[in-house]
Design a protein around this ligand. Structure first.
Ligand code: MF3
Ligand code: CO
Ligand code: CO
Length: 254
């Protein structure tokens, strides 16, 4: 395992790509309403990324993925494929955006609540976001990647949710997925040590029921085995001398 340390020039390019990915989530927000098909959200994002941002939607044709964004609804954990299925009142949906600009990737996702969602769905969404930020707060030179997983798992399990094990955060840069694997569970002090210039995602997936998942026959969509609700949030993070910089931070999060 070799974790790439980005140069100042690469970090600047990552800042640009990550800002574009965050901007797509802001742009699509008003379109995420009951009655819209997820393939319509895909089309709007694709056109915005290609025509306005003059960037590349990284998922499209990545290992055969057929669309430009991932849309994962309710019991879908991640990698949902946009389709003619329409969002309905009470759905929770993750939209995951990855863009390539000037050769570098920016990767971020958030949950959207469609109309009025049930209190238990809202709570899962909120606790999952909290767990992402507790993970992010561990990031600084000298910390271990296990510290991130520990913080996330602790908060998830304190709220009686489970953490999906099969998918991890990842190093990111010229490649979509680089070393290291950033686990969302684990023990303090485990794993590699963080150094300034490392860039990786943290993207915890929490289930309301058991942690186990299966992949649908489409070869991509991961769903909870017990069909319980699942939520995910993702940011791309730079390790700085002081601690961290969230490269995909949105205006609403300032
Ligand atoms: N954006 C996802 C991640 O956070 C990866 C999606 S791969 C795809 O790593 F092929 F499904 F798009
Ligand atoms: Co990612
Ligand atoms: Co992503």
């Amino acid at each position: 395992m070799t974790i790439i340390i980005k140069t100042a020039d690469e970090i600047e390019k990552m800042r640009v790509a990550c800002k574009l990915a965050a901007d797509v989530l802001d742009m699509i927000a008003p379109h995420v309403v009951a009655g819209v098909a997820t393939e319509e959200l895909d089309r709007i994002c694709h056109e915005y990324i290609v025509d306005i941002q003059q960037a590349i939607p990284a998922p499209l044709n990545y290992r055969g993925f057929p669309k430009s964004i991932c849309t994962s609804i309710n019991h879908q954990i991640c990698h949902g494929i946009p389709s003619d299925k329409k969002l309905k009142n009470g759905d929770i949906v993750n939209i995951d955006i990855t863009v390539i600009k000037d050769g570098y990737h920016g990767d971020t996702s958030k949950m959207f609540c469609v109309g009025e969602v049930s209190p238990h769905a809202k709570r899962l969404v909120d606790v999952t976001r909290e767990s992402l930020f507790l993970g992010i707060e561990q990031v600084k030179p000298g910390a271990h990647f296990g510290d991130i997983g520990y913080a996330i798992q602790k908060h998830a399990e304190a709220n009686r949710y489970s953490v999906v094990r099969e998918f991890c955060g990842h190093g990111i840069g010229k490649k979509f997925h680089e070393d290291p694997h950033v686990m969302h569970f684990g023990k303090r002090g485990e794993g590699a040590m963080m150094e300034p210039g490392m860039i990786f995602t943290i993207e915890p997936m929490l289930n309301l029921g058991k942690r186990h998942m299966k992949i649908l026959p489409d070869g991509w969509t991961a769903v909870t085995k017990d069909r319980s609700l699942s939520a995910q949030w993702e940011h791309t993070i730079l390790v700085t001398e002081q601690g961290y910089e969230i490269l995909t931070l949105r205006q609403e999060e300032l």
